[in-house]
Design a protein around this ligand. Sequence first.
Ligand code: EPU
Length: 422
Amino acid sequence: MDSIIVRGNGPLHGQIPIAGAKNACLALMPATLLSEEPLTLTNAPRLSDIRTMTELLASLGAEVTGLQDGKVLATSCHGEITPVADYDIVRKMRASNLVLGPLLARLGHAVVSLPGGCAIGARPMDIHIDALSALGAEIELKDGYLHAQALGGLRGALHEMRFASVGATENFLMAAVLAKGTSVLKNAAREPEIVDLARCLRAMGAEIEGEGSSTITIQGVDRLHGATHPVVTDRIELGTYMLAPAICGGEVECLGGKIELVESFCEKLDAAGVSVEETATGLKVKRKNGRIRAVDVVTEPFPGFPTDLQAQMMALLATAEGTSVLEEKIFENRFMHAPELMRMGARIEVQGGQATVHGVEKLKGARVMATDLRASVSLILAGLAAEGETVVSRVYHLDRGYERVEEKLGAVGAKIERVKGE
Ligand code: EPU
C-alpha cells in the first residue's frame, strides 16, 4: 500500500486547480441509466471512486469511456440492462446505491445490495426506501439485497423526508423524472451536487423546479434524451486546499473556486483569522496577521458547515490559539482522525459527537494511519504544519477523492512525496 511523506515547511505560494466534484459525478453517472442516448460528463475528476462507479455501470450493461486526459466521461446505455448491483461492488463504495432510483425508473425493477456500514457510521438506507416507496415502489430485503419493483411503473407523489439525505434526494429525483404525474419532495437536500444533478437531468429533458431549496417539484416525462453536462467544482477539494495556506502561511489561489460553494466554511475561516478573496479565476486565501484563533464548528446539511470538511478543519484548529469545540451532527463516528492527530501532539478530547480541541503551538511529525477519505487528507494538512516528517499510510482512501494530491500541493511549494508500497 502506498504512503505519503510530508515534511513541514514554510509558506505556500501559487495556484491549485480544483477538479470536478466526486460526489456530483457519482450521482450524475447513474443518470445514464435513464436514457438510451449517450450522456457526456465533462470536467469529471480522475478518482478511484469514479472507476468503481464505471465498473458498476459496466456490470449493469452501460458503456463508459474516458476521453481526453480522463476528464470527459461518455456513458451510454442503449443495450440490455442487468438490473442487479452486486455486493462485491456496492460494499466498496456506498454511492453504488444511486443506481436504485434510475433502474426502477427505466425498468420498473432493481436488485441492489445493501452497502453495510463504514468507518464513519452505520449509514442505513431507510430514507431512500421510504422515498422510493412513496413513488409506488415495493421494496423488500432478501439475503442482504434490496429487491425493488414498481409493477405498472412509478407514480408521482408528495413525500417529505425525515432528514434531508443527499443520496435519497438523488435517488428520488432520478426515479421521479420518469414517473407518471407530478412529484413533490419536501425536506429535500440542498447541496450543490443536487443542483448539479437537477441541471443535468433538465438538459436530458426532465422537468424539475426548486433544486437548491428544500422543496423540489418534478413533472414526470415519457423519456429522456442524451446530453453533455459539465460537473460542478468540488467544494470539498476546494475547502481542503483553502486550508493549506491557512495552516502553513503564504497565499494560494484555488482555481475554479466560488464563495457560494463554501460560504459557511469561509465564515469560520474568517473568524479563525484567514482571509478569502474572490477573484475572476477562483478564491485567493491567506492567513491574516498572527496565529489562527479557535472557533467552534457544528456540521450540518448544506448550507451549513460540511461534515466532509470537519476533519480538515480540526487539523487547522489543532494549532489555533485557544480551545475550539467541533460538533459532528451528520455522522456518528467521524472523529477517527482525532487519535491520529493526537499522535502528532494535538490535544483533543472526544466525547460522543463532540471534539474539544485545545490548540498547541506546534504539531510534531509522526507515523499516522488514514482511516477514511477526509481523515487521510486532514493528516496531510497537519503534516504540512508539523515539525519534522509525517508518514501517512493506507492512502488508498485518499485516492478515492483527491486526484494527484502530491502534485497539487507540491506545485505550491509543499514538501510531499508518495512512496509506492506493495
Ligand atoms: N441516513 C439515514 N438513512 C438513510 C440515508 C442517510 O439514516 O436512508 C443518515 C446517514 O447515516 C447519515 C446522514 O443520514 O448519518 C446523512 O447521510 P446522507 O444520505 O445525506 O449522505 P450520503 O448521501 O450517504 C453524501 C456524500 C458524503 C457526505 C454526505 C453528507 C456522496 C457520494 N457522499 O453521502 O460524502 O458526507 O452526503 O453531506 O455524495 C465523502 O465524500 O467523504 C462523503 C462521505
